[in-house]
Design a protein around this ligand. Structure first.
Ligand code: TMP
Ligand code: ASP
Length: 237
């Protein structure tokens, strides 16, 4: 597959066209951002680590029957994906209270959420990714009610697969964010799944092993990503 021109550069990944109109190349850069791009830093090895982490997770989700855009690894920090029309909506499931939920509702961090919660956010850095709902998404044309229902169902199916995968590695899947697109009329999981877009805590000590280490200046960010990867069987060699 031939790489053509850069279509779009996000905060952590760049997207390239290819000689196949149905396929794109995702380049995972070392750039790391937090607070809607307010804080940016380059962390050595991050592109490679997140590319391999994402490939492993997408493979597990695909094996569980969840449609994903992932087609295969292309290099250490690139993969090939389906060329989808992305929906500007972020789907968040939480198993344990943390992050913006704690700030918004004043609940204590670490409390179990039973049943797990589902939230929608608009992908819009300038507006700081505001929380939205199904009604707003429909009115403004961000996603149809049918698309939203499918995204919600898939986001919860991902929870069942990944909660168990991480639990087997002694990890708690606290929360995560997914983004979806439309490929040939079907809702398909897009973007990435890596410790950049989820919270993972050690099940015993509750040590944070995800991007909160970067957000909170705790250090050892990539070492933590590699640790969680190794615990679930990702090959970084
Ligand atoms: P939050 O607690 O900041 O709302 O985030 C919930 C989860 O979703 C957390 O794992 C981080 C992830 N997330 C992103 O990766 N990017 C985003 O833009 C948002 C809103 C959340
Ligand atoms: N994903 C957003 C950013 O990179 C929010 C965050 O992770 O804090 O700025």
């Amino acid at each position: 597959m031939e790489k053509r021109h850069e279509l779009y550069a996000g905060k952590a990944k760049s997207v390239f066209t290819t000689d196949d109109p149905d396929r794109l190349i995702l380049h995972f850069r070392d750039d790391t951002s937090a607070f809607d791009g307010e804080r940016m830093e380059s962390l050595e090895r991050k592109g490679m680590v997140n590319n391999r982490f994402n490939a492993f997770i997408m493979g597990r989700l695909d094996a569980a029957g969840i449609p994903t855009h992932f087609e295969g690894l292309r290099s250490d920090d690139e993969c090939v994906v389906k060329n989808m029309e992305m929906l500007p909506v972020e789907c968040v499931v939480r198993n344990i209270a943390a992050g913006s939920l704690v700030k918004r509702l004043g609940v204590e961090e670490g409390g179990e959420l039973d049943p797990p919660t589902f939230e929608l956010f608009l992908k819009n850095d300038a507006q700081h990714d505001p929380m939205i709902n199904e009604s707003l998404a429909e009115t403004f044309g961000w996603a149809t009610p049918e698309q939203l229902a499918e995204m919600k169902a898939l986001t919860f199916r991902v929870n069942e697969v990944l909660k168990k995968l991480f639990a087997d590695g002694g990890l708690l899947l606290v929360d995560y964010k997914l983004e979806f697109g439309v490929f040939k009329g079907q809702i398909v999981l897009g973007d990435e799944f890596s410790p950049d877009g989820c919270r993972l805590w050690d099940a015993e000590t509750r040590e944070k092993l995800d991007k909160d280490r970067f957000r909170q200046g705790l250090g050892g960010v990539i070492e933590a990503y590699e640790e969680v990867g190794k615990r679930i069987g990702v090959d970084f060699s």
